[in-house]
Design a protein around this ligand. Structure first.
Ligand code: NOJ
Ligand code: CA
Length: 678
């Protein structure tokens, strides 16, 4: 053991434990470990009250205390333990992110794992502690607990000091909220990823991975700087959830993760959360059709209110329109076309929701459209809105997926816009198990999925690489029928929602002020606001930059194709390669700005965005290979651009560069910049 470790173990640790919570001091150690680089130390122990606690130290500073880890069940309380087993298991986990797709293909993460059992009166709980160079995680598994219901989880997170935080409110139905920056001491409740910067300078983000047969966790205030876990309840509301499995089996909690950094970009550049998962890529999944995609779709017109999902004079997904989109995709190096409103049942949306997933609307010849798309080398992304009627959808999965394969369709966008039957909540154990069932069933068919109104992403894409991306974010659609999304909301996403997994924000709107619909007297107000009173609140170049800044292996050019035809900036989307090999956030701060580079084969794509403030940014190109010169095309805000007053002003510059070059770019208020290097 080196000197640093000795110092923490014998001096700093006991002092801090005493200074922190004298009444809860260490009674019996459970497990403890250092990160492979010795900078992080985590110690799990039973307190004098016999509750299970975890202390985390970073660079010798107290970072976080988690206490009362455990459960209250219908068969008794499982958060007070009598005995610690003699046996303990330890391992070094070496995980590699999959090579199929991802922000950092093949990145290797090493992590120390310690496990030990704690006995209860009946049954036992096995506690697992993971300590890596960039985070700490824990999970627990129960065995033979004589329970049918878990009433609540008792775990609490206690911050050592105040700081800033970025999150959305806790909610069990939706993630579609604006991100807010608040002092930790002012947060009432929050969903995860809950990102924070402590006043001692350390950064962290609380989240959870591999959620299965367990409801989602949110955080709710429980003391000055403390938060209790608040699980999504089952419909009876008296209990958090029921466990619908045999009592004699193991039951695993999600892996509760805390990503740790010394600066904001340490969080975004981390591979910590993905590296912990118990299950790896299943050999049985047919992988042939699983791939990153750029897509356009019959979509934005419905949100603007100039098209309908239902048949009629303004029906969007007609045969003719689908062919027009397929032709545009084929001519413009776009891989796929999304069809929304192609099927029967849309008139029941919000009125009981009975959609057909195998029958097309009368003015949509789906067989010919699929054949035509295939002949043009264009993938069809078929849309399945369930309106929340998960039971009906789940009961037909085999026939739906067989129908897709017969039509050469390997990509589905699902949607759950509407309440679940029987008053169950989207993020409850019922929801979690449904979404996971669809993911697993689609995997058997080798079908890719993009989930809208999803559960929180928890790293499943690593075991199920067919789970490509998802919404779970207040995305572009809100700009069509609400006061819209602020640039600071978007600048918070990479540091919060983005840490959980790929984000289908559906960026890339060019007609920022909706000039095309201004004179249209038939615009249908179908949601909160008439689209003619709405707009996007960024510049055009900011919209382009989002293709790089917000990671998703499926990236949408969301605007009407009429707004792309002949536009010089569309070249960036045409040239873009969504199959990135390596990524790095060069600079950034939540809510303020982000500069990201992604490498795809021999090309690089850089995206930079700012919030409401204009900003001069410097982009050192040290990531380029030495001794080579590259050409780059820079799409940046025009001199007079401003997200509110002049959002579509842009300039395109061509440059010769090397790795010694530092690009200097001015971003307009709400602005951005997209760069293609080859
Ligand atoms: C909400 C989804 O997020 C959006 O993309 C979709 O167009 C509508 N629901 C209709 O299904
Ligand atoms: Ca949505």
């Amino acid at each position: 053991m080196n000197k640093k470790k000795l110092l923490i173990l014998f001096f700093i640790l006991p002092c801090m434990a005493l200074a922190q919570k004298p009444d809860r001091g260490l009674w019996k150690s459970v497990v403890s470990d250092y990160s492979p680089d010795s900078s992080i130390f985590a110690s799990a122990y039973l307190t004098h009250r016999k509750t299970l606690a975890l202390d985390i130290y970073v660079d010798g500073k107290h970072f976080l205390n988690i206490d009362s880890i455990g459960l209250v069940t219908d068969a008794g309380n499982y958060h007070s333990f009598r005995k610690v087993s003699k046996k303990r298991a330890s391992a070094i986990l070496e995980a590699q992110t999959p090579l199929l797709w991802g922000e950092r293909k093949g990145a290797i993460q090493t992590c120390n794992l310690q496990s030990r059992s704690l006995s209860l009166k009946r049954g036992s709980l096995c506690f697992n502690l993971y300590v890596a160079n960039n985070g700490v995680a824990y999970s627990f598994s129960t065995y033979r607990l004589p329970m049918e219901r878990i009433c609540r989880e008792t775990t609490r997170y206690n911050m050592p000091c105040d700081g800033s935080s970025w999150s959305i409110p806790a909610n069990f139905e939706s993630y579609e909220f604006l991100y807010r920056e608040q002092p930790i001491s002012r947060i009432q409740d929050a969903n995860t990823p809950f990102t924070f910067r402590l006043d001692n300078g350390l950064w962290g983000s609380i989240h959870e991975g591999e959620i299965d047969n367990f409801p989602e966790m949110t955080l709710v205030r429980d003391g000055d700087l403390s938060f209790r876990t608040w699980l999504s309840p089952s419909a009876d509301k008296e209990h958090d959830f029921a466990i619908p499995i045999a009592n004699s089996t193991w039951h695993h909690s999600p892996i509760r993760t805390i990503t740790i950094g010394r600066k904001a970009t340490d969080l975004t550049n981390s591979t910590f959360v993905p590296s912990l998962f118990r299950s790896r890529v299943h050999d049985s999944i047919p992988l042939d059709h699983i791939r990153p995609l750029k897509y356009i779709g019959i979509w934005w017109g419905m949100h603007l209110g100039i098209n309908d999902w239902t048949p009629g004079p303004r029906h969007g997904a007609t045969t003719e329109n689908a062919i027009r989109y397929i032709d545009f995709a084929a001519a413009n190096n776009i891989d796929a076309v999304l069809l929304e409103g192609w099927n029967k049942g849309w008139e029941t949306w919000g009125k009981g929701q009975h959609f057909s997933y195998t029958e097309a609307a009368e003015d949509m010849d789906i067989d010919s459209v699929c054949r035509y798309a295939r002949s043009k080398g264009v993938e069809i992304i078929i849309h399945h809105e369930t309106g929340g009627n998960w039971k009906e959808y789940e009961s037909q999965l085999d026939s739906i997926f067989s129908w897709c394969i017969a039509h050469d369709i390997h990509a589905i966008k699902t949607g759950y816009a509407g309440g679940f039957p029987d008053q169950e909540l989207h993020h409850s154990i019922v929801g979690v198990n449904h979404y996971n069932t669809v993911m697993r069933k689609a995997a058997e068919y080798g079908i890719m999925i993009d989930v809208h109104e999803p559960i929180k992403p928890s790293g499943w894409n690593l075991s199920y690489p067919n789970l490509m991306t998802g919404e779970g974010v207040r995305g572009q659609e809100w700009n069509a029928w609400s006061e819209g999304n602020t640039p600071s909301h978007i600048c918070t996403l990479p540091f919060t929602r983005g840490l959980a997994g790929p984000t289908d924000y559906t960026p890339g709107i060019f007609d920022i002020n909706y000039e095309r619909i201004k004179g249209d007297t038939n615009v249908r107000k179908w949601n909160m606001k008439d689209a003619r009173e709405c707009r996007v609140h960024t510049t055009l170049c900011h919209q382009m930059a989002l293709w790089v800044v917000l990671y998703s292996p499926w990236q949408m050019a969301a605007d009407l194709i009429e707004n792309y035809e002949g536009h010089p900036c569309f070249r960036f989307f045409r040239d873009f390669d969504p199959d990135c090999d390596w990524s790095e956030m060069i600079d950034g701060y939540p809510g303020q700005y982000a500069v990201v580079v992604r490498k795809a084969k021999q090309q690089y794509f850089v995206g930079a965005i700012t919030n409401e403030k204009e900003r001069d940014i410097e982009i050192p190109l040290e990531f380029l290979e030495p001794g080579r010169s590259y050409r780059c095309t820079i799409y940046q805000d025009g001199e007079d651009a401003h997200s509110e007053t002049n959002p579509t002003s842009f300039q395109i510059k061509e440059k010769e560069i090397t790795r010694e070059t530092t690009l200097k770019v001015r971003l307009a208020p709400g602005g951005g910049c997209a760069i293609h290097i080859r």
